[in-house]
Design a protein around this ligand. Structure first.
Ligand SMILES: [Zn+2]
Length: 396
């Protein structure tokens, strides 16, 4: 995300350079005195070098000197403002952008750009209302401003305004000629979840179906659709969940509880065994399928089989606590009694250090639960369960 922003800043810098060159060419003179004053400053070249090298603080320091020498340097101020925001100096970024907007010599495009930058500053500073108003102002001047639409989209998502986010994302996809069906699908799934919570089953079902027609990888849409159907048709719910497992086997475990229930409600509890076995065949290191199957067998009194499954799960992923816990329950069920075992289980269950690690593949942000939208880089569908093997664990 930061790299993309930096690249955007760099491209803006290059655009500024080209504009400067065109300006110089128009004058048809080779004399350096005819260049805009900031371009002959050594701090300008040095500043661009630091932007290109990704050294933000040094770039800010050099470009600040250029802006002080030549307060008219429009491009330099645009770049400087964005760099300051990226560096977390939002207050200074706001000052720079407001200063630019106070000028009377800006073209329409330059004004729109400065205004959109200011909106992004407000958004980063958490001034939601001011950011919204500013982006709306940009869109009045330039309805196709990608910059403002991206800013709006993020604001809507942050405020869980899924319908509005969906509308803006549709506009963005059309303008950028990109697919974005995965993001659109997740937004529909969020709308579905909200409708389901409000008891509007029909609306929820419609949203989940739209989500899946956009992209079958939208896992929460499968889960939501199954929830809509579970009460009246558990067989149908099971079919939806099986489809989810097939589409994204690495996330199968998120459907296990619902699947076990759906199979039980449709009078075929043993089908859950088959499903878990199939998942284990596909990925022998999938401790969650072993754990789910062990619990299922334990409830049926088949403790020996559960013990075997858990032993394999512990071997494959010794760092994960849940199989250990289930193992102790199984041992107790198999006849290993005593206060010591009880105390161990209680202690392990209450352990504050327990984490269920999920990690964002885009920015490495970690969270205890599966998240569909990363709170750090704001990407959709980037979380995976972090699986450390025994050898990897031993090395680190
Ligand atoms: Zn992320």
């Amino acid at each position: 995300m930061t790299d993309t922003a930096l690249l955007a800043v760099l491209l803006a810098a290059i655009a500024g350079l080209l504009a400067g060159r065109a300006w110089a060419a128009a004058r048809r003179r080779g004399d350096s005195r005819d260049r805009p004053p900031y371009r002959v400053s050594p701090h300008y070249t040095q500043g661009l070098h630091y932007v290109a090298a990704g050294q933000r603080e040094l770039a800010i320091s050099e470009l600040t000197k250029v802006a002080r020498e030549d307060p008219e340097a429009l491009e330099v101020l645009q770049i400087l403002g964005n760099l300051l925001r990226e560096a977390g100096q939002v207050e200074r970024a706001i000052q720079v952008h407001q200063g630019l907007l106070a000028r009377s010599d800006l073209t329409r495009a330059e004004r729109a750009y400065a205004l959109a930058s200011l909106g992004t500053d407000f958004s980063k500073a958490g001034f939601i209302d001011r950011a919204t108003r500013t982006f709306e102002e940009v869109l009045e001047v330039d309805p196709k401003s990608i910059h403002a639409l991206v800013g709006m989209q993020k604001l809507h998502e942050d405020q869980r305004q899924w319908q509005e986010a969906y509308t803006v994302q549709t506009r963005l996809s059309r303008l950028r000629k990109t697919e974005d069906s995965l993001v659109l699908g997740h937004l529909q799934a969020e709308m579905g979840r909200e409708a389901l919570q409000a008891g509007r089953i029909d609306a929820a079902e419609k949203a989940f179906r739209t989500a899946l027609s956009l992209d079958r990888r939208v896992f929460p849409a499968h889960l939501g659709l199954a929830d809509c159907q579970a009460g009246r048709d558990p067989r149908q719910a099971a079919a939806v969940l099986e489809d989810a497992v097939q589409t994204s086997p690495e996330r199968a475990y998120l459907a296990f509880d619902r699947l076990a229930l759906a199979y039980a409600d449709s009078g075929e509890p043993s089908r859950f065994v088959g499903l878990c076995e199939q998942t284990i065949r596909q990925d022998p290191r999938d401790w969650r399928a072993r754990l789910a199957l062990a619990r299922h067998l334990g409830r049926e009194g088949r403790h020996e089989e559960a013990f075997g499954l858990l032993l394999r799960a512990v071997e494959a992923n010794p760092q994960v606590l849940l199989p250990h816990l289930e193992m102790w329950r199984t041992l107790r069920a198999m006849g290993l009694e005593g206060e010591v075992v009880d105390r161990y289980i209680a202690t392990a269950e209450e352990s504050a250090f327990y984490r269920d690690p999920h990690v964002c593949t885009a920015c490495r942000y970690r969270a205890d639960d599966m998240l569909w939208r990363c709170p750090h880089c704001h990407e959709w569908n980037t979380f995976v369960e972090e699986r450390l093997g025994p050898t990897a664990g031993a090395k680190s």
